[in-house]
Design a protein. Structure first.
Length: 397
């Protein structure tokens, strides 16, 4: 009988724990909901709703029978969905803004710096049930319990100091900090690789209300030097830098206008290369004789280079990604008259390739669009990878 009573007591106790645990979870969700600010009336009378928040490397937003999904495996990001309710949404400036960057979103936590995110001119789109816009970022105060999103607007295209708050939302932070146990090296820090000394100076982060010519509010300074046998190599620089902080924020390309959290240690995976004044033996010019849909492969410095046309007008060049010790650099193209392209144009590039197009020539200060390039000049240069762990310094505004 005593054992039976004990078993009954244990079962009741477990049941009480389960109920208590469930109640705690429900209360946490309830408190998060009632303390959130999810709807704001805009000055024009329309209603802006913070509709959904997603955190992780996969995101799904369901509107009726339609599902919008995207992701980046292994890269956690915060995505916030806004929904606009308006009697005339097509004429609302969130849906139909001015050509210049008229809106921005400012994200903050309980402590730390503010982060500016872009609300692109074509951000809000019609979908099932309304108009939806998104803010997507991998940089925010991950250790904050709450997150605030302030929508700001300016009406003067020539002034970047005229931001006016339109609405501010508050929501529980779905993320938790990674808390990587990284140890910062005092700066200036020197890493010696392949006979060269790579020096990283003190990283500083300055916050400002706004740039004089853009929407951003950070100025990140990352001084570097490269030395070879006591000689400063002034044509070397950190061409590509993957940066993350100990809270979990990351950016695949270090940006001088968008900072990570300066309260935490930063890890910088830096790739140094010559960025100018290439030695003649590293520079190559090839004729662009390939057909529109047939790539051409040429071998330079024991590196196969694949060159092709993209979309009929852009020149693509690629080298194998397993050659991490080298990089390819675009220099210019020339037309039939031998005129070289100017620095104006469009394109993208990485260590292992580039895509360039919209070529122009420049003579007497006048730009003329190039009809069709006939030669391509590029360089194959050394690439050296090294990693630094440092503590940035937040400087006064």
């Amino acid at each position: 009988m005593a054992w039976t009573k004990m078993k009954s007591a244990i079962v009741v106790g477990v049941g009480a724990l389960l109920v208590a645990g469930t109640t705690t979870v429900v209360l946490e969700k309830f408190n998060a909901r009632i303390n959130s600010v999810l709807e704001q009336r805009l000055p024009d009378g329309s209603l802006l709703i913070l509709n959904q928040v997603s955190f992780g490397d996969e995101h799904k937003f369901i509107h009726g029978s339609k599902t919008n999904s995207w992701g980046w495996p292994g890269h956690d990001e915060l995505v916030v969905e806004f929904k606009l309710k308006s009697n005339n949404p097509e004429k609302n400036q969130l849906v139909n803004p001015a050509f210049f960057r008229q809106y921005r979103c400012v994200l903050r936590g309980e402590t730390g710096i503010e982060y500016v995110e872009e609300l692109a001119p074509d951000n809000f789109k019609k979908d099932s049930g309304g108009y939806y816009g998104y803010v997507q970022t991998s940089m925010f105060p991950r250790d904050s319990r709450w997150l605030w999103f302030r929508i700001e607007k300016r009406d003067d295209s020539k002034r970047y100091d005229s931001w006016q708050a339109q609405a501010e939302f508050k929501v529980a932070n779905p993320a938790t900090p990674a808390n990587f146990n990284w140890t910062a090296t005092p700066t200036p820090a020197t890493n010696s690789v392949d006979g060269k000394d790579f020096v990283l100076g003190e990283i500083t982060v300055k916050t400002v209300p706004n740039y004089t010519n853009d929407i951003w509010n950070h100025i990140v300074t990352v001084p570097t030097e490269v030395w070879d046998s006591g000689i400063l190599l002034t044509n070397w620089d950190a061409a590509y830098t993957d940066v993350s902080d100990a809270s979990g924020n990351q950016d695949s390309n270090l940006q001088k206008h968008r900072s990570l959290d300066p309260r935490f240690v930063w890890k910088l995976d830096m790739n140094f290369e010559p960025v100018s004044d290439f030695p003649p033996e590293n520079v190559f010019t090839v004729p662009l004789q390939m057909r529109r849909n047939t790539p051409m492969v040429t071998n330079v410095m024991d590196v196969p280079v694949t060159i092709s046309w993209w979309n009929g007008y852009y020149v693509d060049a690629e080298i194998p990604t397993n050659r991490t010790d080298v990089a390819i650099k675009y220099i210019c193209v020339t037309d039939k008259q031998g005129a070289a392209s100017s620095r104006f144009g469009a394109g993208s590039w990485s260590q292992f390739g580039f895509r360039q197009g919209d070529f122009f020539t420049q003579a007497g200060g006048v730009l003329s669009q190039m009809t069709r390039p006939v030669t391509l000049t590029f360089a194959i240069v050394p690439n050296v990878h090294t990693t630094f762990y440092v503590q940035p310094r937040l400087v006064a505004e």
